[in-house]
Ligand binder design. Structure first.
Ligand code: ADP
Ligand code: MG
Length: 853
């Protein structure tokens, strides 16, 4: 094995087989026993068992057996659901586990951290989690945060194996799994993986996917609790009333339990879990990874998107376009190399010298490419020079220098590049020359180019100064690079604006470049720009004032993003923020939705984020918002349905007591409806596409609740309609068919068919839904399934006997169908009447009107 080629793939495979994956044993995968316990704790399960016991006490074997059958159904469904959501979570966890850059077969490739094996050569840079225990072969200013292991959050300096004295105390050349690279780059060899690593030995574990509660989950839990309490009290009243009026205690208890089953809104949490879980799963197919599942729903409410310029709006593929030296400019194009005058050689030469030889940064790679091409064959490329020292880019100074020794010279050569202001500052230029350069920078930047200043100096002694300012730099020229806006960005930004979402750009770049790119991308730049230093000078009220119309933030340091997020939040905005660097983590955490870039993002940024875009582009962010809106809209539809569907069942459970009728619905019927129809229906609503106009409407208000008066009104109106139809069915059935069983048969048929009408009515709430809807396969299956089950229950005497149905004559069947059709019409009318008014149509322009006080 050679340090420069790494392991071969077959060798790595062998070692992986031998040592096992580089991961820690999962903390808690719930076993079958635990799942069983969860099932047994379900209230529905307990109600079923109680009813079964009463039937047995009544000597009604068959009913008891049927209930037992349903118990089986409950168990199986809960099992399947839990297993499925667990499998989905495990898959997400695998995707979100750290990745490592390793040399395999001589090339650097990014592999899942769990595939690392002992002997792999790993490349690490600022922001990475160390993926295994690693012995350093090479380290440049490498400091790591080992707080996960030692609790000590002070970064520790690490050095390459050969740089450490044999007698030095402590493992200076070792980086431990789970620690964080806070600065520098390194290359090293894996010495221990998985449970054998330092982290594995202490049994610690990194946070996986968080499942904390969002407002809507808390809201749901609260609603469920209240309804359940109310249901229990009503059921108790019913039991007592029944028992007292008819002197039949067991029958009363049964009626009460039946009512409790009818009221219990046990579908709501299930619906929520299914919608959010499947939402996350659908997003993963769009290459968007959800680290915090509830974020899916919050996305729909996003009002401000704060995005990075470089790499998110632009392609992050740079190219040197122009050089500027002393008043003359050169445009790099297709011309022969000799077309470039000698005057332009030094600026490129020193730009190359101030870059890393093996560049990570696309800007430095572009400079390297341009240098190798335009300086080929000249004396300006210095492969034989050796690096003596370097001064990295810092918070205070946007410039970096590298110090070189040439074989044929005594002095050291220093090359610097950076933001033009910073370079002008380092060169101590007189004001008029500074202005001259600034004018040129503005002209280049106005074309959307990123401009760098280049400077050089010589230094005679080995004792280098501590800071770049202490060199006496000479200004060489300007390099302008192009990083085009991604092709799909203008359309995506347009979509955001139509959807009432504001897009703000945050960048470390020059104001003129930032504004030009913003214009290309189609951002609203009427409000001008705000720079990082202006930001620092503003107090909170002044900043809030500026935020009303500013969408371009430039020369912003990552730390300042946090203040921006907080200021937007203080205005009542729902903020989504993108980020990729180590210093972005606090802002990503503070944003409602932190979005990390999966490709170029650091592990730290990904760990802090709620979403990870595996495709790294702005377009997927807009897709994600679309999904978020869809989830919320569909949740409301599903919940309205659940509300409306419960009302007739409750009514049917109460009516016998009030009217002196025999029990119409028995536990079996309710179970049939609740266990078979309801969950299936939530699947129909989950699969419903986004309403056609939904991305042309403003975001829902952040304080908007999932359950609001509008939803309850609609549900109640629809549910009452269904109840009237079902009661009418019972009465007519009983009169025409002769007896309670015939009445029950018709009532049940109307209920099942009416539920289908109810679904159809709620599938689309948009006013413009007159056209054909997208095919919803789940709905077709439900219609078929419900029809088949109904036919079975009515047509097969044995089954009909279980449900206490009679074989209905054709007139009664036609009657049921007619009643169901009427309900469908009623429910659709209710949607038109109530709902369309509460969903406002979009206004064409939003920011001046919508937010101003
Ligand atoms: P962005 O928001 O576009 O990602 P950065 O924060 O990466 O901006 O960079 C901000 C500024 O810092 C750049 O405009 C440039 O002037 C300077 N800069 C960034 N990287 C380098 C580098 N490798 N060498 C010199 N200057 C750099
Ligand atoms: Mg950058």
């Amino acid at each position: 094995m050679d340090a420069l080629t790494g392991l071969s793939s077959p060798e790595a495979e062998v070692r992986l087989q031998r040592d096992g994956p580089n991961e820690l044993p999962a903390a808690s995968r719930s076993g079958t026993a635990q799942l069983l316990l969860e099932v047994v704790r379900e209230p529905m399960f307990l109600l079923l068992v109680a009813c079964g016991v009463i039937y047995l006490a009544l000597g009604d074997r068959q009913e008891a057996l049927m209930l037992l059958g349903f118990v089986g159904v409950v168990i199986a469904m809960t099992f399947v659901q839990k297993r499925r959501s667990q499998a989905a979570l495990d898959a997400l966890r695998d995707l979100s586990s750290p990745r490592a850059l390793v040399l395999r077969d001589g090339a650097a490739v990014r592999i899942p951290g769990k595939d690392l094996v002992v002997g792999d050569i790993v490349l690490m840079a600022e922001g990475d989690r160390v993926p295994a225990d690693i012995e350093l072969l090479e380290a440049n200013y490498l400091t790591v945060d080992e707080s996960l292991l030692t609790g000590e959050s002070q970064p520790v300096l690490k050095q390459a194996l050969e740089a450490v004295d044999a007698g030095a105390a402590g493992p200076q050349h070792l980086c431990f799994s789970g620690s964080l690279v806070t600065q520098g780059t390194a290359q090293g060899r894996v010495v221990a993986t998985g449970p054998r690593s330092a982290l594995g030995r202490i049994g610690a574990s990194l946070g996986g996917i968080a499942l904390d509660e969002t407002p809507i989950q808390r809201e749901t839990a609260q609603i469920v609790r209240r309804v359940a309490m109310a249901g229990a009290s009503i059921a108790l009243l019913l039991s007592v009333g029944w028992a007292l009026s008819r002197g039949d205690w067991l029958g009363g208890l049964l009626a009460g339990l039946t009512l409790a089953m009818a009221i219990l809104p046990e579908e709501l949490p299930v619906v929520l879990t299914i919608f959010l879980g499947l939402g996350a799963w659908r997003l993963s197919r769009e290459r968007v990874l959800t680290r915090r599942i509830p974020a899916v729903e919050l996305l729909g409410a996003t009002t401000v998107l704060c995005v990075d310029k470089t790499g998110t709006l632009t392609r992050n593929q740079m190219e040197v376009r122009r050089l500027w030296v002393d008043g003359a400019a050169f445009e790099l194009g297709e011309q022969p190399v000799t077309a470039m005058g000698h005057a332009f050689h030094p600026v490129l030469e020193y730009a190359v010298l101030s870059s890393h030889r093996r560049a990570f940064d696309p800007m430095e790679s572009a400079i390297g490419v341009a240098g190798r091409h335009w300086l080929q064959g000249s004396e300006h490329l210095h492969a034989d020079w050796t690096l003596v020292s370097d001064y990295p880019l810092s918070r205070e100074l946007l410039a970096m220098s590298r110090v070189w020794r040439s074989p044929d010279r005594r002095e050291l050569l220093v090359a610097a590049k950076g933001a033009p202001e910073a370079i002008a500052d380092l060169c101590h230029l007189p004001p008029e020359q500074q202005q001259h350069i600034a004018a040129q920078v503005a002209a280049l930047a106005a074309g959307g180019l990123r401009v760098l200043g280049v400077a050089r100096t010589m230094f005679a002694t080995e004792s280098l100064p501590a800071i770049q300012h202490d060199f006496d730099f000479e200004f060489v020229g300007l390099v302008a690079l192009q990083d085009p806006v991604r092709a799909d960005v203008p359309a995506a930004i347009n979509d955001c604006h139509a959807a009432g979402i504001r897009v703000a750009m945050i960048t470390g770049d020059h104001p003129a470049t930032a504004l030009a790119i913003a214009r290309h991308a189609g951002l609203n730049v009427d409000g001008g720009h705000l720079t990082g230093s202006e930001l620092d000078a503003l107090d909170d009220t002044a900043l809030a004032e500026r935020l009303r119309d500013t969408q371009v933030f430039c020369r912003v340091r990552p730390e300042q993003k946090l203040r921006l997020v907080q200021a937007f939040r203080a205005r009542g905005d729902v903020v989504a923020m993108t980020g990729d660097g180590v210093n972005d983590a606090p802002a990503l955490k503070a944003a409602h939705i932190g979005v990390a870039m999966g490709g170029r993002g650091t592990d730290v940024a990904r760990e802090a984020a709620d979403l990870v875009l595996l495709k790294d582009d702005f377009g997927s962010l807009v897709t994600t918002i679309r999904y978020g809106r869809r989830v919320f809209a569909n949740l409301r539809k599903a919940i309205t349905f659940v509300f409306a569907a419960h009302l007739p069942i409750i009514g049917l459970a109460l009516a016998p007591l009030l009217m002196g009728w025999p029990l119409i619905l028995m536990p079996a019927h309710i179970l049939f409806l609740q266990l078979v129809i309801d969950p299936a229906c939530s699947i129909v609503f989950e699969a419903e596409a986004l309403e056609p106009g939904a991305m042309r409407q403003p975001p829902r208000r952040p304080e908007a609740r999932l359950f609001d008066a509008a939803l309850v009104r609609l549900g109640v109106l629809q549910g009452l309609g269904l109840l009237v139809a079902v009661l009418a069915g019972y009465v007519l059935g009983e009169r025409l068919g002769g007896g309670a069983d015939a009445g029950r048969t018709v009532a049940f048929a109307v209920l099942v068919l009416g539920n289908l009408g109810l679904i159809q009515a709620n599938r689309s709430w948009a006013a413009s839904a007159s056209g054909p809807r997208e095919v919803n396969t789940a709905f077709r299956w439900i219609v078929l399934g419900a029809g088949a089950l109904l036919a079975l229950a009515l047509g097969v005497p044995q089954v009909a006997a279980l449900f206490k149905f009679t074989a209905p004559p054709a007139t009664l069947l036609a009657l049921s169908a007619a009643l169901a059709l009427t309900t469908w019409g009623w429910c659709t009318a209710a949607v038109a009447l109530l709902h369309r008014r509460t969903w406002p149509q979009s206004s064409s322009s939003w920011w001046p009107t919508r937010r101003s006080p």
